[in-house]
Design a protein around this ligand. Sequence first.
Ligand code: 7TS
Length: 408
Amino acid sequence: MNLNVAEIRKDFPILEREIRSGVVLTYLDSTATSQKPIAVIDSMNEYYRHSNANIHRGVHALAEEATAMYEGAREKIAQFINAGSARQVIYTRNTTESINLVAYSWARATLKSGDLVILTEMEHHSNLVPWHMLHAERGIELEFIPVTDNGLLDLEAYRMLLAKSPKLVSFTHMSNVLGTVNPAAEMIKLAHSAGAIVLVDGAQSVPHLKVDVQTLDADFYAFSAHKMCGPTGIGALYGRTSLLESMPPFLGGGDMIKEVKLRSFRPNSLPHKFEAGTPAIAEAVGFGAAVDYLSKIGMEKIAAHEHEITEYALERLEEIPGVKLFGPSADKKGGVAAFTLEGVHPHDVAQILDQDGIAVRAGHHCAQPLHEKFGIPATSRASFYLYNTKEEVDLLVNGIYKVKEMFK
Ligand code: 7TS
């Protein structure tokens, strides 16, 4: 059964928004952040109206209720990615903080000068800069799995790099520019045979694919709520229990301790060891509601719908003279279409589309090295989610023809 997109769109009030008089929003920027369904907005509203209190510290009714909601959401998120236990799901602010948690805690406790970390050329800056910082501070070495001309990782080159005995391999499960879905299970298996730990950037995969961290056998898996129908300000890091238990705390403060003396402390057990201070409680509730929302629809159905839209979009975009698409064919990628239009700057493309209420992104999309690899400073990028339709793809295509007219 296909998704009932017309019904789904009713769940997202913003999709009815007029960007200017008579111009309704065509939202094609879910890779940056997704829109939020009523169920998520209402869950947070209801939490503040009915249950707001600080967690883990009170015995009064509201404190217990808020704690149960916060921890209940963690259970839902754990189930959503098939984590063995909710203790393995650490709340963070976003994917960026999840990656930094691994870099500050695990990596700084483990890596020495000369130790090798393997990344890829298609990483978002959030999976590059923390390692640049560690290179500067510790002298760790960095190597990069090359991206081929058709936007795939060069797995032969990866095998060669693994012969150098890396300590960590970290890569994005799905590229936010090329859309490429990397063969994560295979890459993790190879890394493990080489004795490396694996961190997966799941910012773009968890929202769009069925992710099972146990089947993947990932050691760490990072993602953000705001890209999967949830609120901003909250994300998660999944980790293997033995690793999380052996890691030193990240931030120090309240809630992450068992006991504090004037000159010492004992860290709390998982997952609280990594959650210092009052967390984003309402956001956790919204995160849980987002997971409920996506689960109810079904990730397989969502992925199938996005595939259909992407296939159609690539086909239609390819027909436009002067449009150059980046990334592999639809069968190897998620719902992302990054392109250039000959003779027109990507920012001008986005700005002219915006006049018709069409929201696409232009720039390097926080993947500057990848754009450099392709010899371009920027692309325009349309991206698709469960609420997008083929009619919206048609509006995009018509919009691009309009841009061409204007720049003729
Ligand atoms: N990793 C990938 C693959 C991403 O696409 C993003 C955000 C991040 C990490 C960082 O996520 P955050 O929630 O911590 O910010 N990507 C984008 C994008 O493509 N346009 O805006 C944000």
